[in-house]
Design a protein around this ligand. Structure first.
Ligand code: SAJ
Length: 434
């Protein structure tokens, strides 16, 4: 008599990588688009889906809506060879990869509405034996309890039995996304071993790094722990910078010497932590825990407070000038990227304007921002201080003599240790730093 376990095993889907021909990627942002291109250029028929018609139209004209080194090449390779199709409409596929945004809502909780609608859409197209992979960074339990539950509730399909379900977080650094997509190690969490293995096989087609397998919740947690580790370390550096300034000690020198210790690696203090990862993911860890007074929350608050501290210091420096003007150099959340999402420079801009201080912004890399950006000369003309917020490499080319001539007062507040103090002081600037 066949035991029910065997009967159950017999009814389980049995598919392998060779059965996976067509992959749909839902969400064509900084992660979804490069991932779709990688898969398309490594043997799969790929459908790229996004709800934003502007993005779809732009991509279908062979144009990109985001700037990342090498991304245009891998996209045009796939697009011109018809290996990737771009559409607003999802189609039946063997694999569905969800790479939609998971922003924070006003209660510092994950807004999973894009994940929910992606799972709903997939429910309408999924077939037995398909693979569903969540890439979007999410609170622990999201893959099983949100994506898995939605599919089961609307199709009756069980994850691990009728279809494969996995979580495979991206770990790429904006500015190096294409390179890191290929070369970083990956963690894959499966609702069961088979789901993890088949997902590993799919990513192995383009990932040169190692791929480690675990369960869903562990892989979700690993992603959050990585970014929270960095946030806590940056908070330590920022707090150290505040205490050092109380002592009148140069925190940069302290960090430089301390990092000579074999087991010390203090990160860089700065004007705040931006982007939609490091400033967001720690809250996802705290989302379902009742623990109070955590180091993680304290670190978030320290980093979130930095742009206010910087605004206060800038206001103090320019308080002696009539109708002061501040020039912000760099508006992106970090160097050499154009992404201004969650950039602390937005907080500083708003804080200074609230204090009736005129602000002009110079950032030739910044894209998709509603804030008005000026050319170099207009931005420094009649200005009293340059607030170096983001250290784009191209700022090294700036003619500081020209800047000096155009400014009304010559102050530089360098929040990134970007300029050489001796050089700018020799030019006659007053130099301030964190
Ligand atoms: N920052 C500092 N001091 C530092 C390092 C960074 O103030 O020493 C600030 C930056 O200026 C920026 C913010 O922190 O405002 C975050 O920048 P980042 O370069 O540390 O990280 P992201 O957000 O660009 O990318 C991170 C990376 N995570 C880790 O390095 C652990 C990347 O690998 C992730 O894939 C990415 O988040 C993500 O998408 O999760």
């Amino acid at each position: 008599m066949i035991s029910c376990v065997n009967l159950y095993r017999m009814t389980r889907v049995k598919k392998g990588i060779k059965d996976m021909k067509k992959i749909s990627v839902l969400g064509l942002g900084y992660i979804g688009l490069p991932t779709a291109c990688m898969l398309a250029n490594n043997g799969f028929e790929v459908l790229g889906v996004d709800v934003n018609k502007e993005i779809i139209d732009k991509l279908n004209c062979g144009k990109l809506h985001i700037e990342e080194p090498e991304l245009e090449k891998i996209f045009l390779d796939a697009f011109k060879n018809k290996k990737i199709k771009i559409s607003l409409k999802l189609e039946e596929s063997d694999v569905f990869i969800i790479a939609v945004p998971t922003p924070l809502n006003h209660k510092k909780k994950a807004d999973l509405s894009f994940v929910v609608s992606a799972a709903d859409e997939i429910s309408g197209k999924i077939k037995k034996g398909n693979v569903v992979i969540l890439e979007s960074t999410s609170p622990p339990g999201t893959t099983r309890n949100i994506v898995g539950k939605i599919i089961t509730n609307s199709t009756g399909f069980l994850a691990g039995k009728d279809y494969y379900l996995a979580f495979c977080p991206e770990r790429v650094l904006p500015g190096k996304i294409v390179y890191e997509l290929e070369n970083n190690d990956r963690i894959v969490g499966g609702v069961d071993k088979k789901s993890a293995e088949i997902t590993q096989d799919i990513y192995k087609t383009f990932v040169k790094g190692k791929i480690f397998l675990t369960d869903l919740e562990t892989s979700e947690f690993v992603k959050l722990a990585e970014n929270t580790y960095r946030d806590v370390n940056i908070a330590f550096a920022n707090e150290l910078s505040l205490i050092c300034s109380d002592y009148g000690i140069d925190v940069r020198q302290v960090i430089e010497y301390a990092n000579m210790h074999p087991r010390v690696n203090i990160l860089n203090p700065g004007p705040g932590v931006g982007g939609h990862c490091i400033a967001v993911d720690p809250w996802f860890i705290l989302e379902n825990t009742k623990r109070k007074d955590t180091l993680i929350e304290k670190s978030r608050n320290i980093n979130d407070n930095m742009p206010f501290i910087i605004s206060q210091r800038v206001a103090e420096i320019v308080s002696k000038y009539k109708k002061p003007k501040v020039t912000i150099f760099g508006f992106s959340y970090k160097e050499n990227v154009g992404d201004t999402r969650e950039s602390p420079a937005i907080v500083i801009n708003n804080e200074l304007i609230k204090r009736k201080i005129k602000v002009s912004i110079y950032d030739p890399l910044a894209i998709n921002t509603k804030y008005s950006l000026s050319g170099l000369e207009d931005s420094v003309n009649g200005s009293d201080i340059i607030l170096l917020f983001t250290g784009h490499s191209i700022f090294k080319e700036i003619d500081l003599v020209l800047v000096y001539d155009l400014m009304r007062s010559r102050n530089i507040f360098d929040t990134r240790n970007f300029f050489d103090r001796t050089t700018v002081e020799k030019l006659g600037f007053n130099y301030y730093n964190i």
